[in-house]
Design a protein around this ligand. Sequence first.
Ligand code: TXA
Ligand code: MG
Length: 321
Amino acid sequence: MNSMEKNKKIFAPTDEAISRAAEIIKNGGLVAFPTETVYGLGANALDETAVKKIFEAKGRPADNPLILHVTNKFEASSYAVLNNTAESLMERFWPGPLTIVLYSLLNVPLCARGGLDTVALRSPKNPIALRLIEMSGIPLAAPSANRSGRPSPTTALEVWDDLGTSVDMILDGGSTEIGVESTVIDATNGKVSILRPGGVTREILETITKVVPDEGANSRRSPGTRHRHYAPSVEIRLWECEERTFFQNAEKWCYVGIRIPPDGSMKNIIFDTPRDYARGLFSALRELEGCGASVIIADLPDGAGLGEAIRNRLLHAAGRV
Ligand code: TXA
Ligand code: MG
């Protein structure tokens, strides 16, 4: 598609644009919008036909459930069975990058929850996202706004690259702040386990609640973790050890990470802190896949803080999960 058409779909998030976006949502269309984590591809969660358009646009397997985006816990209670643990987590972390899986009420279409008896809920912190949900007056089902299997988009242009033809409108809120997706937790029975590490770190969650291991139910409970994910179109290799000889066997490589690699790279993207690495990782993968190298070497951080989410995304991207 040419840039004329791009200009007709990407809009600055003025009140007028957000209100148009809300109309599109109410009429069963698809709107991509920024959240504090990554861009989401939103539709009316209560409209089956609209929800199915999301799966089609992304090429997403039907058994991979969506997150319902709401403005607060009172709204959440219209779609899921809350418990004390879930409520205190909502009070502490909402709006913010925490997605909570709970037993679903029957008004949530089965296709939005991938046929499960549970539903994932999150209240995003980005004011554009909140305003869009508010103005639509309905919960937004929204996965990350990438083609299925690709790195999540952190800018409006990256959404355009993946979904430009199938989305009705893209609200441009600039680069997203956190860069990796929300933490998904299971709290159905009042015990908390992490299904996907993300923007709220395990350490911070543990200041509020005990986190129990997922006991291997992960892939069954969170179907999204089964599929190949976050992968650019060239091979990814992970640099985990201290050994710099690791780089010697690679031909035409480029690099992303915090540690400084040896000479010989076609292109380096270096970040100062894990926070910056998380924020820039997905964009870096998209940029590096086009630089002409045949291998992207990525620095695998340890699992502390946001490092856990970065590791998770890199292991998926390298096909190691
Ligand atoms: O930060 C985010 O979470 C972004 C923004 C747009 O909110 N959204 C996002 O959505 O990453 P998505 O669809 O790309 O990832 C949602 C994850 C998937 O791994 C999915 O399997 C899991 O949440 N999930 C959704 N509903 C679930 C449920 N009922 N039970 C278990 N896992 C669920
Ligand atoms: Mg996704």
